[in-house]
Write a protein that binds this ligand. Sequence first.
Ligand SMILES: Cc1cc2nc3c(=O)[nH]c(=O)nc-3n(C[C@H](O)[C@H](O)[C@H](O)COP(=O)(O)OP(=O)(O)OC[C@H]3O[C@@H](n4cnc5c(N)ncnc54)[C@H](O)[C@@H]3O)c2cc1C
Length: 388
Amino acid sequence: MDRSDRGGIVIVGTGLAGYGVAREYRKWEKSGPLTLITSGDGSFYSKPMLSAAWSAGKSPDQLVAKQAQAMASELGARILTGETVLAAGAAGKALTLSGGRTIPYDKLVLAVGARPRKLAIPDSSGAFVHSVNDLEGYRELRAGLPSGGRLLIIGAGLIGCEFAHDFAVAGHRVTLLSQSPLPLQGLLPPGLARALRSALEAIGVAFVDGDALQSLARHGADLQARLESGRELEVDSVLSAIGFDPEIGLARMLGLEVGRGIAVNAGLRTSQPDIYAVGDCAEMSGRWLPFVQPLSLAARALGQILAGKDVSLAFPHMPILVKTPRFPIAVLPPASGAQGNWSEDSQPGGAKCLFRDSDGRVLGFAVGGTHYPDRVELLKSISGGAAI
Ligand SMILES: Cc1cc2nc3c(=O)[nH]c(=O)nc-3n(C[C@H](O)[C@H](O)[C@H](O)COP(=O)(O)OP(=O)(O)OC[C@H]3O[C@@H](n4cnc5c(N)ncnc54)[C@H](O)[C@@H]3O)c2cc1C
């Protein structure tokens, strides 16, 4: 064990959650040992910008707000970069790093994020199927795509639609492949999903629906994607956007209770004392919310809890914003199990869908295009319980 190791607070992960907790903690506790560990380079950037950067004219390097060293001095913390936590035991309160060091902790925060699902296809092309969950993955995607190149995106969920929008606006030829007929299936009511699809088609995105990738092969400079229908597409690069799963490997090693994500209570505590989880790796009351607003609120609460305050986290209504600026969308899905029906009001350029119960109360909404600004009043009304 390193002599300089003094335990204290140890945070694994330097994404928005890990850095968020560290910043909030330092607001309350100015000194005391604080260590952050990351398998990455520890640079601080806004991950949501990855799917909006190209059309905004930003290079991957321009997304970095601060390097690890600058973060370390801002936080009065030690930041260990390029170190993967390989082993952890709750009993001995110590972590084993890939570089061979052992790091003790008094309180441990897991902020290890989520990992992209892998495509299960035979890939004889030798080419990399990209998936973007960090700046490095984004750099690789951009570096492998020629100017105006052909990009096949697999999956028309949030990330697939946002990248399709961003790369199409930046002048690439984008094909969006999805098994479902409409984008954001399960999140958007059909009226709004149709409007989003039309808006993406209007900027040149080609939809291929009801189909799936079967195999990839290289033909000269091209990648040939063979679909289950037998159709073939020639492209320059492939991006898999088929979803994420919470990173739970360390939690299992620590013997923590795990559902879809690492189970935490309203105090962000796991099933073991002195171990907390926050961000995309965690679930609270069975809810997995892999978005910035819930993790920011959780980080604020956990910073105080680590400083000894008694805080209990409750989430407000949090709409999901879809970064497709030619047709921006805000959606507040009704709570799971809520009874009611969607109504749709669509015009060219905009759509507004409301989910009402049998008394006419609005319990959820999805607005897009010209109706996007309506989200502010809708949210106020739902939060305040007023009738709309
Ligand atoms: C392209 C894209 C666009 C998005 N857009 C939006 C949006 O518009 N709005 C929104 O609300 N959300 C958006 N999200 C989701 C949002 O970005 C995430 O919810 C958030 O960034 C997750 O932060 P995190 O800190 O929990 O995880 P991460 O940022 O994934 O950080 C995990 C950290 O843990 C480290 N780590 C993991 N395992 C280990 C280990 N064993 N040892 C050491 N270190 C480890 C990693 O190196 C990393 O530092 C988007 C996500 C993506 C990918």
